[in-house]
Design a protein around this ligand. Sequence first.
Ligand SMILES: C[S@@+](CC[C@H](N)C(=O)[O-])C[C@H]1O[C@@H](n2cnc3c(N)ncnc32)[C@H](O)[C@@H]1O
Ligand code: SF4
Length: 463
Amino acid sequence: MTSRHFPVIPAETIRRFDVAGPRYTSYPTAPEWTTDFGPADHARAIWQAATNNPDEPISLYVHLPFCHSLCTFCGCNVIVSKDRSRPEAYIDQLFREMDLVASLLGQRRTLSQIHWGGGTPTFLTEAQIQRLWQGIAQRFRVLPDAEIAIEVHPGHTTTSQLDVLAGLGFNRLSMGVQDFDPRVQDLIGRHQSIEQTELVVNHARGLGFTGINFDLIYGLPGQNTAAWAETLREVNRLRPDRLAVYSFAYLPTLRAQQRKIPLAELPMGPDKLGLLGQAHDALVDAGYRPIGFDHFALPGDGLVRALNARTVGRNFQGFTVTAAPDTVAFGITGISDIGGSYAQNVKKPTAYAEALAAGHLPVERGLCLTEDDVRRRRWINQLLCNDWLRLDRMELGGLEDELGDLEKREEEGLIERQWLTDGALDITLTELGRVFARHVAMVFDNRLRAKKGTDRPLYSKAV
Ligand SMILES: C[S@@+](CC[C@H](N)C(=O)[O-])C[C@H]1O[C@@H](n2cnc3c(N)ncnc32)[C@H](O)[C@@H]1O
Ligand code: SF4
């Protein structure tokens, strides 16, 4: 059970845990994927998944990388353009990729989830949105109760685009907000007024969108408690169904545009974590329930019911109310998770176009999960999604190193362990452990354990 208020964390504790580490959007994490895994492996995984489970629905992700301008904080892979005809050729390429995948899927083409992510999918004109949708509907069967989501930038979304999306059956909207403070917006090169955001929210609600999500970020340049309180007040007034409050991932060596951000303006360590604590308390006081350590949902949202039943799952697009189904992803950088393997598409638009022109799946790297990976992924997801994990007696066999580390995590106050009479072990994250859940997840990361010091890949800091 979570308490109403964010824990008071001594500076020394923050220093200890504010180290670089994986976010576990996947396990094994992306740096483990290799180019040894290629198009033929992906094709085999799709075909096998379709043959083994022909009646299971799947999830479909489309990556639409276009943006009108580049926000300096952004860590996504985007194509900045003013040319609205640019997506036309890209949509043709998406259809070629869908044809290749659909032929491997055979009859397994029922969709329970669709997600258009980016970039900014509303870079597409209304006609392009309709064309892309029709291309999907021609190749796949969409379940009547499918969750159909799109990511939008409220500053670049018109009410008539929303009308078109609602008409096609989209029912979830995820919008970038980040921070409403004009000074922060200046520093991150992204201008978006409260009025624009409110217009998109109200119009979407009027059209029957049931799941509206806001993305906020803490740790952005120029953020301070007074202005952040104002942003949180406005967010609570607009009352999205769900919120993600992301830690600013500052990786200037990987993202050149982040080098424009003045270092002196970045909240660090306790100041940065204080902003998360402030958001947590403001949202919980306003009736939201925390999911994981940085997501929040209103009590009526399916995610809260799933949390109560400890069945929250997740995929690359975020938390889900059940274990996520197999996912096929289309477009540059898209990540498929199907048939016990991850496959990521190429990042460069030219490489994507060339692969498809040659009739190849545009896969750049990936990984076939071992049985051990699969069970560790289940444990890590269970901990990060439901703050709790039960390992039965059989599973505990051979986990001596992990059990030793769990004892340390308990001494550090991150978890509580309880041995059950049947020999199973219950692990529950404490309030402090929810904030530093990655450190507990790392206990089960066998691949990280195998690496030493400098071999470790580059990750952003935990806080
Ligand atoms: C594809 S964007 C959302 C849609 C749209 N492009 C927009 O910006 O409104 C995905 C989200 O990733 C998050 N994000 C991007 N770069 C980030 C970073 N460096 N650190 C943390 N979150 C980041 C932002 O919250 C952003 O809303
Ligand atoms: S935050 Fe959104 S709009 Fe800004 S550059 Fe990134 S993907 Fe594009």
